[in-house]
Design a protein around this ligand. Structure first.
Ligand SMILES: [Zn+2]
Length: 218
């Protein structure tokens, strides 16, 4: 008789374990319809090589953990060499983009297409090192997006068609010609229309109307 009791307890434990894994399995592998935090990238690593877009999000992140890594220079901040959160500082003006900090990354940091589009500029430029721009549709109208401080050898080609979440390049190595001497970070600017304009700073606050806060997309 004791033998049957032990078999019964064993079966009960197996059934309970089954329910346990079903429940937590659903949380770990939630489907697109379920809510998940938009600030957490799908990968637990800081620099994911998988999709940068959290499940169900309209626009992919331009770099993994984009929102939580905009810690020093958000959109619109007024910077001078004296007040800048980054020292030493060479720029003065109102920041046209948002900077995602990656000075702690030990491996190459991929950047991604936030949505479908076309590469419209790809070169090196003073203040950026490698820089490229893509043209996309945002709320039904054409806009351009600038990715700055990119490794020149990884730049995409002008005319290249891109799709949401696709890896386009990697960040330049900090304090090298790849970033024009800047720390390793992504400068992302979203222009309010489809013009080609690589300005990272503007001299008056009113000029900021030519750009959109990248964090407003997420
Ligand atoms: Zn910047």
């Amino acid at each position: 008789m004791r033998k049957y009791i032990w078999i019964f307890i064993l079966l009960l434990v197996i059934v309970l374990l089954g329910f346990y894994f079903l429940y937590f399995g659903n949380i770990l592998f939630s489907s697109p319809g379920q809510t998940s935090s938009p600030t957490i990238s799908p990968s637990s690593s800081a620099v994911s090589s998988s999709s940068a877009s959290p499940t169900g999000q309209e626009y992919a992140f331009p770099v993994a953990r984009f929102k939580e890594r905009v810690t020093k220079k958000p959109f619109g901040i007024y910077i001078t060499p004296q007040n800048s959160p980054v020292q030493p500082e060479v720029f003065t003006g109102y920041h046209t983009g948002a900077d995602a900090e990656y000075t702690d990354a030990a491996i190459d940091v991929p950047v991604y297409a936030i949505t479908d589009g076309t590469v419209v500029l790809s070169r090196t430029a003073s203040g950026y090192g490698g820089v490229f721009m893509i043209e996309i549709q945002l709320n039904g109208t054409p806009h351009t997006i600038l990715y700055g401080h990119i490794r020149p050898s990884s730049l995409p080609k002008v005319g290249q068609k891109i799709i949401k979440g696709e890896q386009l390049a990697v960040l330049g190595t900090g304090y090298s010609s790849e970033t024009d001497g800047e720390r390793q970070h992504l400068h992302l600017s979203i222009l309010a229309d489809d013009r080609i304009d690589v300005k990272g700073y503007v001299s008056s606050k009113s000029q900021l109307t030519g750009w959109i806060d990248p964090l407003s997309l997420y």
